[in-house]
Write a protein that binds this ligand. Structure first.
Ligand code: FUC
Length: 348
């Protein structure tokens, strides 16, 4: 295992560093201390060819001005909170409105746009980046001083393990995820239409026209939302299902997971032979097929357009604070938020 570290860019006089973890098979994960952004993830295809399989940029300016959360850690709350407000312990909290009148992905300056203190840890069979950030009471509207730690570990089994650890001095909301856009073709040679997805989930959340959960939990049976035996992403693009059409022809939906820590999410690209297996302890995964990716810029020389990346955001349910029948995302004072998601790369 190796760790390298190099100057990436500068933002308002602050130096941003890119850290790269490299395992004995040549798999590489590069991440910034800004937003814990994964800029590159290099994995072999079935012929052993090492290529990058995530969307990312080479300058900080692109991340700050136009990135739709490429590779970033999202917090304090992944997904939307209706009307950007909530009541907790009889107190009303007004959050930053950054998605119409709603709150999205932690606000205008969420965890994806702050500097994280970074430490490197090297072991024989793994290497880790440990990121820490103290989010102050009132930041983006949330209560409590929250100390957050996010750890990226790469091992020699081609696994990237992301673990989250948080503690607040007041009751607060917390729902963390990583917002990587995967494209297993390698260097974005094709869009994700033919990526095959298997998901151990038989229900998903209905969304309203602002992408806020209505509260209804729908069965996947007989719909393009049924990934239990596997289907291609293009099915949801061509679908007449009102929920596929609503989000811009594709998916932008939370799926409730039937199982945890048991190969519950699988993505395969038959042309490259790359396979990604995700395991998590989170109750849900948001499947987002980059339906809103603008075509107004390029991504490392490739024209940006819809469907270039596939996001599988393991997390709690969006807007859960307004739906008592959803699993709670309240983090109690002095209790520890602890969660792990594992991404394993292999070939078939
Ligand atoms: C996802 C989606 C949103 C949004 C964002 C960039 O998590 O749920 O709709 O477009 O990412």
């Amino acid at each position: 295992m190796r760790i390298s570290q190099e100057y990436f860019d500068e933002l308002k006089g602050q130096k941003i560093t890119a850290y790269t973890l490299i395992n004995n098979n040549g798999m590489e994960v590069t991440s910034l201390d800004f937003g814990c952004i994964i800029t590159k993830l290099v994995v072999p295809d079935r012929d052993g060819v090492l290529e990058n399989v995530v969307l990312g940029f080479d300058t900080i300016d692109e991340y700050v001005t136009r990135s739709p959360y490429f590779g970033a850690i999202v917090g304090r709350f992944a997904g939307r909170i209706k009307n950007a407000e909530f009541t907790l312990n009889n107190e009303i909290y007004q959050l930053v409105q950054n998605d119409n009148s709603n709150h999205l992905h932690g606000g205008l300056k969420g965890f994806d746009k702050v500097m994280w203190e970074t430490n490197v840890v090297e072991n024989e069979d793994s290497a880790s980046l440990v990121f820490s950030y103290l989010s102050m009471d009132g930041e983006e509207g949330y209560p409590g001083n929250l100390l957050m730690k996010v750890t990226y570990t790469l091992n020699n089994d081609n696994e990237l393990i992301i673990s989250y650890n948080g503690k607040s001095d007041q009751d607060t909301l917390l729902n963390m995820t990583n917002h990587t856009y995967f494209n297993l073709s390698g260097h974005v040679k094709r869009n994700i239409f033919n990526h095959q997805l298997i998901l151990k989930s038989n229900t998903f959340l209905e969304l309203d026209e602002k992408y806020i959960p209505t509260g209804k939990i729908l069965e996947v049976n007989g719909t393009p939302f049924d990934f239990q035996i596997g289907r291609k992403i293009v099915d949801g693009v061509n679908s007449n299902h009102p929920q596929n059409i609503l989000v811009g022809n594709g998916y932008d939906h939370p799926f409730l997971l039937n199982e945890n820590n048991n190969n519950e999410i699988l993505v395969m690209d038959s042309e490259s032979g790359r396979k990604l297996t995700i395991e998590t302890d989170q109750p849900a995964v948001v499947l987002y097929t980059s339906n809103q990716l603008p075509d107004s810029f390029s991504i490392r020389g490739i024209q940006s357009e819809k469907y270039l990346g596939l996001c599988l955001e393991t997390q709690g349910l969006p807007d859960s604070i307004h739906h008592p029948h959803f699993p709670s995302s309240i983090l109690k004072k002095e209790e520890v938020y602890c969660s792990v998601t594992k991404y394993k790369f292999s070939v078939y």
